[in-house]
Design a protein around this ligand. Sequence first.
Ligand code: MG
Ligand code: MG
Length: 257
Amino acid sequence: MIHYKTSEEVQIIKEGAQILGKAHGEVAKYIKEGVKTSFLDKIAEEYIRDNQGVPSFKGYNGFPAALCISVNEVVVHGFPSNYVLKDGDIISVDCGVFHQGFHSDSAYTYPVGEVSPQVLSLLKATKESLYLGIEKAILGNRIGDIGHAIQKHVEAKGYTVVRELVGHGLGRNLHEAPEVPNYGKKGSGPILKDGLIIAIEPMVNLGTRNIVQERDGWTIRTADRKQSAHFEHTIAIFEDRTEILTTHQYIEENFKF
Ligand code: MG
Ligand code: MG
């Protein structure tokens, strides 16, 4: 069952999403060679708690941290750890904020230092696909239109789309109906209606689309250990427009690639 939100509820989510965007911006300042990923988690958690938020992920089904940190071949759901970022890595930082009863969710993948042109293209194409998906997320379209746009863009460049993990509705719960696959057929799936809030989050691989789960029960990596990119926004659909509620503005002010 899909929970459509009132404009007041959307406003609360938007406030939380600002806290989230600024937490991402704080983390962005420290994305460089020599930084421990657990330090990034500490930065995010402190910022969120200092600004009337609660990290959505910490404690979610037992997840141990405020951030999912997914480096190189890790697709999503990696743990912050003692790993030290090195030149040529890519790192996905995924974060959620719970604020006044509602969640928001967004992710960004960064290159660390000098990354190969091939991997940089993967990051750019994945980010572009997020916005192409959002362009199709308008009233009257269907969920499949979003995934179709994402899939078409990245597959044309020779990349592959992860199937087992998808975007999602969210609100009072971090994950709600509907599922939002990053692949699909035009005109398929649930219709997009006023008050729908969804997280769109393409996970795109350089090599095979196949993934495996590590024995920690969380970390998802590519089967061939080639790199994977992940970008995410929470968006709201209204009668007259679609609004991106989360923001990468504070990231992109601090970090350019
Ligand atoms: Mg996320
Ligand atoms: Mg999500």
